[in-house]
Ligand binder design. Structure first.
Ligand code: SF4
Length: 198
């Protein structure tokens, strides 16, 4: 096992043992990231869902199935990515992440990014977009309702591309978002094909 894999394993164990914020009180499992430790593309969702909480793995529930489908639309292999979440523990259904939990959990995500050093980070939903923009010193829209205007476009900064997307879970609750989401993932595929293939 290489040094990076070992460091990712240690990080995963720290996540599983973490009680830094209030979300540890309701979870069944904390959910560390998983995937290719040398991935070109990292996916950052918001938080695990109930299915993920039961088994301790990210993107294995309904949103994960949709994400696999959308990755196919973009011509990308889900298996070649590294997948993680802004928060490693489930949040109550229909609630928004609290900034206290985001701040407590952020060091884990920062370490994942440092270890994997992905060329492209795909963010899913408003909060991951907001946080990844802040981390890369990109201007963040002042209001949450204007964040969807960022979706489906690349933002290049510090040798990296941040590509914000809607969260697949939003399609489950609002089917009318499907055509735009499909187009955003097609745009991702085109961008990668035109700019980042060797
Ligand atoms: S959400 Fe993050 S900081 Fe909070 S308990 Fe879970 S792993 Fe720890």
């Amino acid at each position: 096992m290489g040094d990076e894999e070992k460091a990712l394993e240690e990080l995963a164990q720290e996540v599983k043992d973490c009680h830094r914020c209030i979300l540890s009180e309701r979870r069944f499992c904390a959910v560390p990231g998983e995937g290719d430790g040398h991935a070109f593309l990292m996916i950052v969702g918001q938080a695990p869902g109930e299915g993920e909480d039961m088994v301790g793995r990210p993107f294995i529930g309904p949103s994960g199935h949709l994400l696999r489908y959308f990755m196919g639309v973009a011509g990308l292999s889900f298996g070649d990515t590294y997948r993680t979440n802004l928060l490693k523990c489930m949040i109550p259904r229909y609630s928004r992440p609290k900034w206290a939990s985001i701040c407590a959990c952020l060091p884990f995500l920062e370490r994942e990014i440092a270890l994997i050093s992905p060329r492209v980070i795909l963010t899913l939903g408003k909060f991951p977009a907001k946080v990844l923009f802040k981390l890369h010193s990109l201007p963040v829209p002042p209001e949450n309702r204007t964040i969807p205007a960022l979706f489906g476009k690349p933002y290049e900064v510090q040798g990296r591309v941040i590509f914000p997307m809607p969260h697949p879970a939003s399609i489950i609750y609002n089917h009318s978002l499907l055509p735009d989401t499909m187009e955003h993932f097609r745009a991702l595929g085109r961008f990668l094909q035109e700019n980042l293939t060797e």
